[in-house]
Design a binder for this molecule. Structure first.
Ligand code: G6P
Length: 592
């Protein structure tokens, strides 16, 4: 959600660097974009557009420049227009700013600045930032970083900002709540919302923490606490992601590449340090109340984990969507344990939930994919799922990796860590066999048969129920078909009224004690004319179409969701939609 990227250093093509970097942040979701660069003669050149950056030629930004900032905007305050796109400028055109997040008190600041003669060209909250900095710079002797720091002290809200000054090669950035990472090269610096923006140039990074700002001036970098001005020493971290990991390679879309990555990612997720897993298992066993908490797909993973803990570990846990979690504050104690799950590690609702947990003194365990992310750093303890960068908006390999780690933990609680690891490694092998061209073609064929439908329903029982919900999300997100997931037994209590002749209904099954029940539910659907597509290890006569999956025991939800990911992808492509960048959605949702 909103991509920020800036460069300062000895290279002479800063415009091209930031445009390319912005293209690498496209996955975050956006509706307009813009760039500002300081040209050789000290003038500021900028352009903004509504729509996608994909087709823009990098060469169009090749004017000689060593300082540039760029932004992809996901509209919050003000419509999707060129005027509202970032960067925004001070009245004297000296300062350019890009921003992620929300300045909640912008109306008050705007009124104050208008009273001092400032005029505004957009409807955004962002525009008050360059104008306020301009105002603060009027005090004689004030440097850019002092003005930015003083401005930040006036802001209420969660934000990340990046500021450039036409009169120097200085970049200043600050954050509270939204991510910012500094890529450190040879006398050059990249400041971005996420690592893929600069992975081509450096894998050495420094993380900006909440409440901190960074100034890059004359080849030197300085971190400070915004409130106190106190300088902070930072550790240089080397990222183990490569450009290849972050590239879609031979695939047309990231989503398909990431689905195929699942040949290896379950194994990578299971590759955890035994001691750490046992420590986490112990914490879950001994805590007084354990709550799983996440958003979107990661939330459905938590619901599946609820079943893992219950069935495998005989341990009761609750799940709360992160946006609802604050209501739980009445029940939180210092002995409570909150397990947050997140691919990006930057989801604002999850960070807010962690804050609530902290206030109650509860401990937080994070299961994330992104090392160094805000959630990873704010947690008491973190487990990484090691899936590599996930760029398609629809989460695939991260979801199955998260389930693998949670299933492993459930086994550890039951004293069966090795059994769990063996089960998951077997599932990983089965997934590797499954993901072959014939299998994918078979599912594409099924997608062709149902792609013209506007409604479809998915049912599951036990741990396949959260996967039915996740299946619905996958199909909705990328194909825009109205899909809904239900607990199979709930059908007869309402949803069955929606079934008409030919309505596609997908049943997710295992080879387990629920088979008889779900077969009865399928019969009920069929009797109303439903067209049954079953994802099941075993074939039954009543299926109209069958997607075979291996019998994977407790790992069945992990295995079952994979053909649905392929189905959702195929439906999107057949309906002419871009599965990597669905409308209205963002990969990393950094606002509440
Ligand atoms: C967004 C994405 C979803 C994702 C959710 C949680 O809504 O579009 O795909 O599941 O955020 O993201 P997280 O990074 O916390 O897993």
């Amino acid at each position: 959600m909103c991509g920020i990227f800036g460069y300062t250093g000895p290279r002479k093509n800063a415009g091209v660097i930031v445009i390319k970097g912005l293209k690498n942040l496209e996955y975050r979701g956006y509706d307009s974009w813009g760039v500002a660069m300081r040209l050789k003669d000290g003038t500021l050149s900028s352009s903004k557009e509504v729509g996608k950056i994909g087709a823009v030629r990098n060469e169009d930004f090749s004017d000689e420049s060593s300082l540039a900032i760029a932004h992809s905007r996901w509209a919050t305050h003000g419509g999707v227009t060129k005027e509202n796109a970032h960067p925004h400028f001070s009245g004297d055109q000296r300062i350019a700013v890009v921003h992620n997040g929300i300045i909640e008190n912008f109306e008050e600041l705007r009124r104050e600045l208008e009273a001092k003669g400032h005029t505004f060209a957009s409807e955004t909250d962002t525009e008050v930032i360059p104008h306020l900095i301009e105002e603060l710079l009027k005090t004689k002797g004030t440097t850019l970083h002092e003005a930015v720091r003083a401005a930040c002290k006036r802001f209420v809200g969660r934000y990340a900002i990046l500021v450039m000054d036409r009169t120097s090669e200085t970049l200043v950035a600050a954050r509270t709540g939204s991510p910012l990472i500094v890529g450190v090269g040879e006398k050059e610096f990249f400041i971005a919302s996420d690592i893929p923006a600069f992975l081509e140039y450096t894998r050495t990074v420094e993380y900006l923490d909440d409440g901190e700002m960074v100034t890059v001036e004359n080849g030197a970098i300085r971190f400070q606490n915004i409130e106190t001005g106190e300088e902070r020493a930072k550790r240089l971290v080397t990222i183990d992601w490569t450009i290849k990991d972050a590239d879609k390679g031979e695939y047309e879309h990231y989503m398909m590449k990431e689905i195929m990555d699942q040949k290896q990612t379950i194994q990578r997720a299971v590759h955890q340090d035994d001691e750490q897993i046992l420590k986490v298992a112990k914490a879950i066993e001994t805590c007084l109340g354990c709550i799983l908490c996440a958003c979107g797909t990661a939330g459905k993973v938590c619901m599946a984990a609820d079943y893992f803990f219950s069935v495998v570990a005989k341990r009761h846990v609750n799940f709360a969507p992160a946006s609802e979690f604050p209501i739980y504050h009445h029940f939180l104690k210092p002995e409570s344990l909150i397990i947050v799950v997140s691919q990006s590690g930057e989801t604002a609702d999850v960070l807010e939930a962690m804050k609530v947990a902290r206030q109650a003194g509860s401990k937080v365990l994070a299961i994330v994919n992104t090392e160094g992310s805000s959630i990873a750093r704010a947690a008491d303890f973190t487990l990484l799922i090691n899936a590599g960068p996930e760029r398609a908006v629809a989460s695939t390999k991260a979801a199955t990796g998260q389930m693998a780690v949670l299933l492993l933990i459930a086994h550890a609680i039951a004293g069966k860590l090795n059994v769990g690891r063996t089960l998951l490694l077997e599932a990983s092998g089965q997934i590797n066999d499954m993901l072959n061209p014939r299998y994918i073609e078979h599912i594409r064929g099924i997608a062709q048969k149902i792609a013209h439908h506007e409604n479809m329903y998915i049912i599951g029982k036990g741990w396949n129920y959260p996967m039915a919900l996740e299946s619905a999300i996958k199909i909705q997100e990328v194909s825009y078909i109205h899909a809904e997931g239900f607990a199979a037994g709930e059908l007869k209590h309402g949803p069955i009224a929606l079934i008409e002749e030919g309505t596609p209904c997908i049943a997710l099954m295992g080879n387990d004690e629920f088979t008889a029940d779900i077969l009865s539910n399928i019969m009920e659907l069929k009797a109303r004319g439903a067209y049954i597509i079953a994802v099941s290890p075993v074939r039954h006569d009543m299926f109209d179409l069958w997607i075979k999956v291996p019998d994977a025991g407790a790992a069945q939800p992990i295995v079952n969701i994979i053909p649905i990911q392929i189905l959702a992808y195929s439906l999107a492509v057949l309906r002419g939609k871009d599965p990597d960048m669905p409308r209205n959605l963002a990969k990393s949702v950094t606002v509440k």
